[in-house]
Write a protein of this length. Structure first.
Length: 412
């Protein structure tokens, strides 16, 4: 018997399970990966104040708390369907069916794929896969690599690869097309990267980045961006080059690029081949929300949160009774925000379950305020207008508050 089923054992799922179990609820956590932690497992970076964020260590702390509270964590379990039941919710997995009055979906995010000719060659991987290979499995992706795609996730993982002694030869853009869209436009990429300007590795770059926030200066800077790029801890960021093909016979041997203008248009006759034995494609992240859709949860399209996200309140409740969400399924943010959201969700569930420790709501109010604080303090925002996105979601929630939604009713 269980009171709460948590789907996903990443930072949001584990934090939610711990908060709920701390009030006396019986909690079961399921995850399709072989060990708990989710995207925390691959994270290893230095915070602006100098402290190191070690995702594996953070996961170990969460696991210790979970085990102390008697939380049942089941890994290697895939969920393929959710529907209502007499007890509340029925969750279908590859190891059988689970039932509980409450479900917390904390499935996180997935990476956008950007197809590049030759991307099926051995040695081509997503940037997230390179992070997991390096930080979790301690396996080098290769000797000399190229990253295709310039976004905040790519630079965070670039730093981790560099710390591991892996040579990343250069960062280039994908060719502009219907799939890559603004990821192939130097001007749009520069605009998005300015939100992490304070993390630039030199005072000169930080100063230049502040100047680039002026639209006129940014346009001039994009037009005259150095052909050989600017170096990030030794790796050239070449925003005026686009990858048009990954070369190789049995494995990656190199990347063919062309020069592009400020808007991503190819400059003819500028082909060049760069040698590499591995390639990382960085397309960015989007909320992994299919299970919420299967359950019939209404969605909102909010680009500032990363795309289509389940409609939810600041208490992490959805319009479906007993169904909650937390973490990157609600919008792409940091692991710390995900943990704070998970705690808010766990306390919200406990309050609805009538647990005395959470019934007053004071703990929940503090947890919601903590989410806001952590968000404001975040060193990196994957989406620069995250506050606007959260405001839009809150407005949608209030506009539909009290509206009856039947579980299983697919509403877009």
């Amino acid at each position: 018997m269980t009171d709460l089923i948590v789907i996903g054992s990443g930072p949001a799922g584990l934090a939610g399970a711990i908060a709920a179990a701390g009030t006396g609820l019986r909690v079961t956590v399921v995850d399709e990966f072989i060990r708990p932690g989710g995207r925390l497992l691959g994270q290893l970076h230095q915070e602006p104040e100098g402290e190191w964020w070690n995702g594996i260590k953070e996961t170990e702390k969460l696991q210790h708390e979970a085990h102390a509270l008697g939380i049942n964590i089941r890994c290697g379990v895939s969920v393929y369907n959710i529907e209502t039941a007499e007890a509340g919710w029925r969750v279908y997995t590859n190891e059988g069916v689970l039932e509980a009055p409450f479900v917390l979906i904390a499935t996180g995010a997935a990476e956008y794929p950007i197809p590049v000719p030759g991307w099926t060659l051995p040695g081509v991987m997503s940037i997230g896969a390179a992070q997991v290979m390096t930080n979790v499995h301690r396996v080098q992706a290769g000797r000399k690599g190229i990253i295709i795609g310039a976004n905040i996730l790519a630079f965070a993982i670039l730093n981790e690869l560099q710390l591991a002694g892996i040579k990343v030869d250069r960062v280039v853009l994908p060719e502009k097309n219907a799939v890559s869209r603004q990821a192939g436009e130097p001007e749009a990429v520069i605009r998005s990267l300015l939100n992490a300007a304070h993390l630039a590795p030199s005072a000169l770059l930080r100063f230049g980045s502040r100047l680039m926030k002026n639209e006129t200066i940014r346009n001039i800077g994009t037009r005259f961006y150095p052909k050989n790029g600017l170096k990030i801890n030794g790796t050239p960021l070449q925003l005026r080059k686009a990858a048009v093909e990954i070369i190789g016979t049995e494995q990656v041997e190199g990347v063919r690029t062309v020069d592009i203008d400020a808007y991503g248009h190819v400059i003819p006759g500028t082909d060049r081949l760069y040698e590499a034995d591995f390639v990382c494609i960085a397309g960015g992240l989007y909320p992994l929300a299919e299970l919420a859709a299967v359950a019939g949860c209404p969605f909102e399209y909010i680009p500032e949160l990363g795309g289509h996200v389940p409609r939810h309140s600041e208490t992490m409740a959805t319009p479906l009774p007993g169904l909650f969400v937390a973490g990157n399924i609600t919008g792409i943010e940091s692991g710390k925000v995900a943990m704070a959201q998970g705690t808010a969700a766990g306390l919200s569930i406990a309050k609805q379950a009538g647990k005395q420790a959470a019934a007053s709501g004071r703990q929940l109010e503090q947890a919601i305020e903590h989410v806001r604080t952590i968000r404001q303090q975040a060193a990196i925002q994957f989406h620069p207008d995250i506050e606007l996105g959260r405001s839009r979601m809150n407005e949608q929630w209030k506009a539909h508050e009290g509206t009856s939604v039947q579980p299983g009713e697919k509403i877009g």
